[in-house]
Design a protein around this ligand. Structure first.
Ligand code: S3P
Length: 182
């Protein structure tokens, strides 16, 4: 993949429960950049948890709101964007965040994701009847989409959040992302 010349922000994409939010916070702290969690911004806008919102209004409404939040961040630089797992479902949403962005795909293997989601059952199901069904039907379909947009991939299956963040920072340092020349 061709790496663009300049980056002024970092965008984390990837499936649920891969550690994006934790990694985003750690990296932002290290770079002295702001961190924006699109999910947290949506919950603030909804005035309720995503699960509750989706139960009331459905996924289509959620995606529309997610697109609005993504577009509102289009020109915000010097930041780390922690995107919800479905950001790649709408090309318009991810496209609005691509300019000047270094995009990292945060991933984990499918069984690890299922175990993590089963331990912490706070996310609304996407399409399946169980967490396992849900992950199986969406993970394989989405992986090529994440890869299509990402400049780099970090696998958190066997790595701690700290180590994963360090791995991303090491990649960024090779690009000199935080230098003033950007
Ligand atoms: C979603 C992932 C969630 C959240 C919403 C939809 C998805 O974010 O945006 O439940 O489509 O995979 P996380 O990836 O932070 O769990």
């Amino acid at each position: 993949m061709t790496i663009p010349q300049t980056y002024r922000r970092l965008v984390l994409i990837g499936f649920r429960a891969c550690g994006k939010s934790n990694i985003a916070r750690r990296i932002a702290e290290d770079l002295g950049w702001k961190v924006y969690s699109l999910d947290a911004m949506l919950e603030e806008q909804f005035g309720e948890p995503i699960a509750q919102y989706v139960q009331k209004y459905g996924w289509q409404e959620f995606r529309q709101a997610e697109l609005g939040i993504a577009q509102s961040l289009q020109d915000t630089m010097e930041c780390v964007l922690d995107c919800g797992g479905g950001i790649v479902e709408q090309s318009q949403a991810i496209d609005s965040l691509r300019e000047h962005s270094f995009i990292v795909h945060v991933t984990a293997d499918i069984e690890t994701i299922i175990q993590r989601l089963e331990r912490k059952q706070n996310r609304p199901l996407l399409s399946g009847a169980t967490i396992r069904d849900d992950v199986v039907s969406n993970y394989t379909r989405r992986q090529p989409l994440y890869e299509q947009y990402a400049h780099a991939t970090v696998d958190t299956t066997h790595a701690s959040k700290d180590d994963s963040a360090k791995q991303v920072l090491a990649i960024l340092r090779t690009l000199d992302l935080s230098s003033s020349s950007l």
